[in-house]
Write a protein that binds this ligand. Structure first.
Ligand code: ADP
Ligand code: MG
Length: 687
């Protein structure tokens, strides 16, 4: 049971003043459903704005406050095109106030033609026009108040504004109680950290390293504790020793010999599965290293031993892709493969559920739907988790605890994770590495060029498309997940490319509904669409062998590991593939190094290590890297710095200080519930 003291924190956002069904939607989209989520919706950065007389006094990229008179409203030619309000400063400079999507409704109300308004936001250049995209504030009078020294900037979704979310955060914080201290007091004293509640308040107010560190440490401690609890539980429980006799595997008719690394990994997995202790193994292999076949072999071992196996994919579309390829490969073995996702309804779903229950289905591929309560298995003994980093640790480990006996778990990842992060995600676990690519892979030619040459690039793209090839075009990463600026960039690029390529272009980004996103992806996967404009949502796993060109805009903003992942989307077929990294006019020294490394190396492990080393320089401080870590609060730097301490702290608490009993134990329990890593608490109690 969740401790009562946490109740106000787990109240729904709808209990806050001013939140109704209309505001709830954009909040939900950001994952902000409860008071606690708003507390932890920490600012991405803080802005200090300068009031200027006119825009001549301001630099591009500067945060300004300026008085403008509205001259004209222009809606775009297509519904996707931006809505622009043209306005002039005191000396006649024209500035476009640019809005995407529904934000334009506000613009219409707030900026009547002929009126004067104070506008705050970031001044940018778009082509030969000066613009402010989605101004932070538009007010009638008193521009002075906009100049407040330091204002938090939060990640938004369509339908939210900075002041609105700041107001909700204030409300949430005022309902937030002080909680008992769960960190070892010597640690708190040494670092001079504020209490939990103070840390939250401070972290929303301004840049405050001790506060942010403390909050990160809390998360890392919660995670370490949860991992230990689950591991302890796992050790107590028995798995099912699975010994294959080779009958199914012998019938696989692979068109290629396995690589040495694949054979070695399979042997390691086979060894684990034969044990009674449940396997917990990570299979690391660069994009294209051939993890799928290793997974299939592992799953067939389970089938040979009379049990069932499941493969869990992070998205609907990946589940379908896996299902298709596994079914094809498994066909000659006679193993029966089924697909189960949240999309399946009615009779087909019933049939699959029956098959899983009576054992007529051997292998099931799906999204998290395969682990819902309604799904029962005759004998599920082996689970493969693909591209695990998109799942929360808790979710993954809870999975592992489902069923009478713990299933053997194989997690697969293409992100070459440095050791610290493996520890963070799994605690102690065994690792198999596919450190050898299948032979005959074509190297991907990587080209680095300035944004100015984009015209020539588009011509080349047209030539590729004319030859029947497909291409990806990835727009800059601004935020951890798609934020408005990122969407704006993708939308603008999409609009521009559409003028040239028409219906050959489709777009996906994180704020499109799942149906729209899947529809676009499917058109592209089928080859009906030739060009996919995307934010980083395409990063993981998509497999379209006919795609031979990857364009990444503002590549300098991405981490190496992520660029490598993106690049791995091409070079999957027999044709020569290219990756073009576009960069802005000025490049820092580190950025230059990074892009040069991309040109020189195609080794994901090498790049990941270099990435961490270069980032150690602090260039990306505060910019979280998408998908790299399972943490919401802790940044990569904080993980590297604080995780070992948190891990030791957790171990001492468990081994020396009586675990979750006693005063500090009680506090630790509160912490686990706060971070929803409480599943371990239950197993502990059960026994
Ligand atoms: P990933 O590790 O990225 O999941 P996949 O399992 O999708 O990689 O494999 C990528 C491609 O390589 C697939 O088309 C697969 O059939 C092929 N492949 C896998 N193993 C080998 C091998 N030993 N020799 C040749 N091709 C292989
Ligand atoms: Mg894969």
């Amino acid at each position: 049971m969740r401790p009562d003291i946490l109740n106000p924190l787990f109240a729904e956002t709808e209990t806050l003043d001013g939140v109704g069904p209309k505001l709830k939607k954009p909040l939900d989209r950001l994952g902000l459903t409860r008071v606690r989520d708003l507390d932890y919706h920490l600012p991405e950065r803080f802005v200090t704005r300068r009031a200027v007389q006119n825009v001549d006094d301001a630099g591009e990229g500067e945060q300004i406050v300026v008085k403008l008179s509205v001259t004209e409203h222009r809606s775009g030619r297509s519904p996707r095109a931006p809505y622009r309000v043209l306005a002039q400063d005191g000396i006649g400079n024209v500035i476009a106030l640019t809005y995407f999507g529904r934000a334009s409704y506000n613009a219409k109300k707030q900026l009547p033609v002929g009126e004067t308004r104070w506008v705050a936001g970031k001044l940018e250049r778009f082509g030969d026009m000066l613009q402010i995209v989605h101004p932070d504030h538009v007010v009638e009078e008193d521009g002075e108040t906009l100049q407040r020294l330091c204002e938090p900037v939060y990640r938004l979704s369509e339908g939210l504004t900075q002041p609105k979310i700041a107001g909700l955060v204030d409300q949430s914080l005022s309902r937030t109680p002080e909680l008992p201290e769960w960190i070892d007091s010597s640690q708190v004293n040494k670092e001079d950290w504020p209490t939990w509640r103070d840390a939250l308040v401070l972290a929303h107010k301004g840049e405050n390293a001790p506060a942010r560190d403390r909050l990160a440490y809390d998360e890392l401690l919660a995670n370490s504790l949860a991992l230990m609890l689950v591991r302890a539980d796992n050790r107590k429980r028995k798995g099912q020793p699975l010994q294959g006799n080779g009958t199914y595997r012998g019938k696989l008719a692979l068109p290629f010999p396995l690589t040495g690394a694949q054979r070695r990994s399979i042997a390691e997995i086979e060894g684990d599965m034969a044990q009674e202790a449940p396997m917990l193994r990570l299979l690391q292999g660069d994009v294209g290293a051939g993890k799928t076949i290793v997974a299939l072999e592992a799953m067939l071992i389970a089938v040979e031993a009379g049990a069932q196996a499941a493969l869990l994919a992070p998205t609907e579309i990946l589940a379908r892709q896996h299902y298709e390829s596994l079914r094809r490969m498994a066909e000659p073995t006679g193993a029966r493969v089924a697909l189960l996702t949240g999309r399946d309804k009615g009779k087909a779903r019933e049939a699959t559920l029956m098959g899983l229950l009576d054992g007529s289905i051997d292998l099931v591929v799906g999204t998290h739907a395969i682990f819902q309560d309604a799904v029962s298995y005759r004998n599920l003994a082996m689970v493969v988790i693909d591209e695990q980093h998109r799942f929360g640790v808790g979710q993954r480990l809870m999975l592992a605890s489902k069923g009478r006996r713990a299933p053997h778990v194989l997690a697969m990842t293409a992100t070459p994770i440095p050791r610290t992060l493996t520890l963070a995600q799994y605690g102690e676990l065994d690792v198999s590495k596919l450190d050898e690519l299948p032979p005959g892979r074509q190297a991907i030619d990587t080209v680095v060029m300035g944004q100015a040459r984009i015209g020539a690039l588009v011509d080349r793209l047209a030539a590729q498309i004319a030859e029947g090839r497909q291409a990806y075009w990835v727009c800059p990463m601004v935020r951890e997940m798609d934020g408005p600026e990122e969407i704006a960039a993708a939308e603008a690029r999409y609009a521009a490319l559409k003028e040239r390529f028409g219906d050959d272009v489709v777009m996906v980004h994180g704020q499109l509904g799942a149906e729209l996103k899947d529809a676009a992806m499917e058109r592209f996967a089928r080859g009906d669409a030739k060009l996919l404009v995307a934010t980083t949502v395409i990063e993981v796993g998509v497999d379209v062998p006919n795609a031979t060109l990857m364009v990444i805009e503002q590549a300098e903003r991405f981490g190496l590991a992520q660029l490598h992942q993106l690049r791995g989307r091409v070079g999957r077929g027999s044709e020569k593939s290219f990756c073009v990294l576009l960069h802005g006019e000025t490049l820092s020294e580190t950025a230059q190094k990074r892009l040069a490394l991309m040109r020189e190396s195609q080794d994901g492990f090498f790049l990941a290590e270099e990435d961490l080393r270069l980032r150690g320089g602090g260039e990306l401080l505060g910019t979280r890297q998408s998908g790299d870590t399972p943490f919401a609060v802790a940044s990569l730097e904080q993980i590297t710095e604080l995780l070992p301490k948190a891990y030791d702290d957790a171990r001492l608490l468990m081994e020396r200080d009586g675990g979750l009993e006693g005063k500090r134990g009680e506090a630790a329990r509160v912490l686990l519930y706060l971070f929803e890593r409480d599943f371990g608490v239950k197993t502990l109690r059960g026994g």
